[in-house]
Design a protein around this ligand. Structure first.
Ligand SMILES: *Cc1c(COP(=O)(O)O)cnc(C)c1O
Length: 440
């Protein structure tokens, strides 16, 4: 029974060493519309987030300046580029989701969108809101809170999705249950419990926690399960990032076209967040954007899912002898979302796998050179540019796509996906570990 379609690939994966996999089914002209999602869906998600912006500002005063939009900065990182990417042609940038307000990670995008979808639907059904033009601040009043308190929102998480769903759901007045898998950090559980969220601790991995959480929620008709393995609502919330990035690139006068390709490197767990962004970016930039996901060498579940004989039922990384043994808690997933792998079939350029040591090194270097603080998972994308330029697989991707002549004008965008709420002592430990690796 083959694990992936390619026996050689199974062997390479089993070695647990970093490598670049180029997707043989990638089609630069594809937009992924055959799966029932369109640009219109992304615009609707964006419009929903804008309808809720006044309410979000009221619930989370830190959003005042951004007028209720949860967004991150697009940053050049010249000092990091000079020190660590000396020979990289083109421009190196960061999309700073490590500092996303409210949830502290990329999960703010999808998680908050899905909870707002559910709240809006309940409010329409129960007559609290008449239509989309109604005053959404009504949802902070007593009637709405009484309504929401009768319903439960449940989710399974390695940590960050739980934070996102827990924080927004509790702020709206829902009952919340977060099923945490074995990797979840203690401080993330405590942060949620302090907000009245019920945290259920599982001794198993993420895929098992999803199955357990889904079963418990399905047994209660008043419980709504945010299903990270099968959720268009999460996916579309993530995809909105593409519209926002397009605007930021324009503001900074950075072109994306045939002469100026955009390479994006996004840390990947179950696939929803990077998948939604990949889909959105393809809608916006078409053939001129190239998305690579970054997965730990011990948890390359989306890579395996993309090459599975049946994408709908992706294999687990245990099947090639890997152990999901990684400090990158946000990426510690043994089995991909089959739905996401199907949608991405022709959209994903490839995957780079990364060692834990390199996560800590890049985390430390980014802090040293640019003063940016990110969590280990969020550093995975930094391996991307050099693996693309220096590996044989990467070079043949660039050749196949006829990109070589444009590389000096390329933008390499590293998506840094989490870190804002990491306690100072924990962050120091991460940085010390990176510093020790640098000195070794
Ligand atoms: C969840 C997460 C990701 C990846 O998102 P998936 O939807 O699981 O693929 C990346 N980085 C961080 C910090 C995360 O928390």
């Amino acid at each position: 029974m083959p694990i992936t379609k390619d026996p050689q690939l199974n062997q390479t994966l089993a070695q647990g060493k970093p490598f670049l996999w180029a997707n043989p089914d990638f089609d630069s002209a594809a937009k992924g519309l055959e799966h029932g999602l369109s640009m219109d869906d992304i615009h609707q998600a964006d419009a929903r987030l804008r309808r809720f912006a006044p309410l979000l500002t009221k619930l989370f005063p830190e959003l005042e300046q951004a007028e209720g939009l949860i967004e991150s900065e697009l940053l050049a990182i010249p000092a990091m580029q000079k020190q660590q990417f000396t020979d990289l042609p083109g421009r190196l940038m960061v999309k700073g989701d490590h500092a996303l307000p409210v949830a502290g990670s990329i999960k703010a995008r999808g998680g908050i969108h899905e909870v707002l979808c559910h709240a809006e639907q309940l409010a329409f059904e129960q007559g609290l809101l008449r239509n989309e033009q109604d005053d959404y601040l009504k949802l902070t009043e007593a009637d709405a809170r009484t309504l929401f308190s009768q319903y439960e929102i449940a989710v399974s998480s390695t940590g960050n999705l739980g934070l996102s769903i827990g924080i927004i759901s509790a702020a709206l007045g829902f009952r919340v249950v977060v099923h945490m898998s074995v990797e979840a950090k203690q401080w993330k559980k405590e942060r949620l419990r302090n907000r009245g969220v019920t945290v259920v601790e599982h001794s198993e991995d993420y895929s098992a926690a999803v199955a357990a959480g889904r079963a418990a929620s399905d047994a209660d008709p008043n419980s709504y399960f945010v299903d990270d393995e099968n959720s268009p609502r999460l996916f579309l919330g993530y995809a909105v990032a593409a519209l926002r990035l397009q605007q930021q690139l324009q503001q900074q006068q950075i072109a994306v076209d045939a002469e100026h390709p955009l390479f994006v490197y996004i840390p990947c767990g179950v696939g929803g967040a990077p998948g939604g962004i990949n889909f959105g970016l393809k809608q916006v930039f078409g053939p001129h954007v190239h998305c690579f996901f970054a997965e730990p060498v011990q948890a390359p579940c989306v890579l395996m899912g993309m090459q599975a004989t049946d994408k709908q039922h992706p294999p687990s990384v245990y099947e090639v002898g890997l152990q999901v043994d990684t400090e990158a808690d946000g990426l510690a997933v043994s089995m991909a979302s089959g739905w996401v792998c199907t949608v991405l079939e022709k959209l994903l350029s490839g995957v780079v796998t990364v060692s834990d040591d390199s996560l800590f090194r890049y985390l430390y270097q980014l802090w040293q050179t640019e003063g940016l603080e990110i969590e280990p998972s969020a550093a995975a994308g930094f391996n991307g540019p050099l693996q693309l330029l220096n590996s044989a697989e990467g070079q043949s991707y660039l050749q196949d796509q006829k990109l070589d002549p444009a590389m000096s004008r390329a933008t390499h965008l590293i998506w840094t996906t989490g870190g804002l709420f990491v306690p100072a002592e924990e962050m120091q430990k991460f940085q010390q570990r990176g510093a020790a690796l640098e000195d070794a």
